[in-house]
Design a protein around this ligand. Structure first.
Ligand code: 13P
Length: 347
């Protein structure tokens, strides 16, 4: 483990004004997104769509990197340049999703455990050779009647720590992602409680496995009310509760924290991040030891996918959409977003 390489890469991922675009959908998730527009989920369609995002001119001003799926890391532009090369030439860091997905947790109905540790060391060696500088592993925690169980939280936290250690062994920055799902009718208080317990458990496990915090990025969901909860918390409350939960449960020497959008609207995902960074910039109790940024998938891609789906020739417009959304999120990392800017998004 080279601590300098790890902390340098991790810092670059959350450099001021920069965040990450997640385009690492598995084939089944990609199919879901494509199905909404009747696009066939073929290898070539996935490649063509990802080429639009990866080659978007100017995205590098707002994005430090993109997370790719195994297939995507091996794909090239129509002109024959490897996607990882395109990103590197633009100064962005290619990342790779390395888990094998979330499967039913034995003896625990309704809960998931993320698989993928078998053979991970060898896969990481290959991903490194293909240009990956960081690697993501997503654990899924569901809130419902009597869940999550400690078995689910602990099992997933342990796997996250084992994967993170394997990454750092090869100087690849782990992007540790425990996602508490937004689905359900739970309150923001319940989300806080589950997020806190999950983070506590994850960081205890990371410590136990010897993972270097300075070379690690946390990717997490925000503390908010479940989608079906009758009382929806406002932007200010989400920002305050998320900050409070992170400050109580995340070690201060961690390199940085990025959020997933998790089914929030584009505007909400940006507004929440901005509110947190405005609070942090104001100092006092909300001052933060780490940069707070984004690693959104849907909340950055949705407008671009819609444009491209309707007209495959409208690559320019789709690219402008992805860059504009990245720009608004970049402003949110600095606490400088203004909802009025949404009105200028005439696409
Ligand atoms: P969303 O922002 O669409 O939730 O995706 C981010 C991600 O990478 C989830 O693993």
């Amino acid at each position: 483990m080279n601590k300098d390489i790890l902390s340098k890469t991790a810092k670059a991922m959350v450099a001021p004004g920069k965040g990450i675009l997640a385009i690492d959908e598995s084939h089944s998730t990609c199919k879901k997104r494509f199905d909404a527009y009747n696009i066939e989920c073929t290898e070539e369609n996935r490649r063509a769509y990802r080429e639009v995002l990866i080659t978007a001119p100017g995205a590098e001003e707002f994005l430090s990197g993109m997370i790719l799926f195994d297939e995507t890391l091996r794909q090239k532009t129509k002109g024959g340049v490897a996607f990882a090369e395109v990103l590197k030439k633009k100064g962005m860091i290619p990342g790779i999703k390395v888990d094998k997905g979330a499967f039913d947790l034995a003896l625990h109905p309704g809960e998931k455990i993320t698989e993928g540790l078998d053979g991970l060391r060898e896969r990481l060696t290959e991903y490194k050779a293909l240009g990956a500088g960081f690697a993501k592993w997503r654990a899924v925690i569901t809130i419902g009647a009597g869940i999550p169980s400690m078995a689910c939280i602990y099992g997933n936290a342990h796997a996250l720590a084992r994967y993170a250690a394997l990454c750092q062994e090869q100087d690849i920055v782990p992007m540790v992602e425990p996602e508490i799902l937004i689905d359900g009718n739970h309150t923001i208080e319940k989300c806080y409680e589950v997020t806190a317990l999950t983070l506590k458990t994850v960081f205890a496990q990371l410590k136990e496995q010897g993972v270097l915090p300075e070379g690690t990025i946390l990717k997490v969901s925000m503390v908010l009310s479940g989608k079906a909860c009758p009382t929806q918390s406002d932007v200010e409350e989400v920002a305050l509760e998320t900050i409070r939960c992170l400050k109580e449960n995340v070690p201060p020497n961690l390199a940085g924290i990025v959020f997933l959008s998790g089914g929030q609207s584009d505007e909400k995902a940006t507004a929440h991040l901005d509110a947190m960074n405005k609070l942090a910039a104001a100092g006092g109790a909300n001052k933060l030891p780490w940069p707070l940024s984004f690693s959104y998938g849907r909340a950055i891609q949705s407008a671009a996918l819609q444009i491209w789906a309707k007209d495959r020739m409208a690559v320019d417009r789709a690219q402008k959409a992805v860059v504009m959304r990245s720009k608004l999120n970049s402003l949110a990392t600095l606490g400088k977003y203004d909802a009025a800017l949404e009105a200028n998004l005439s696409l």
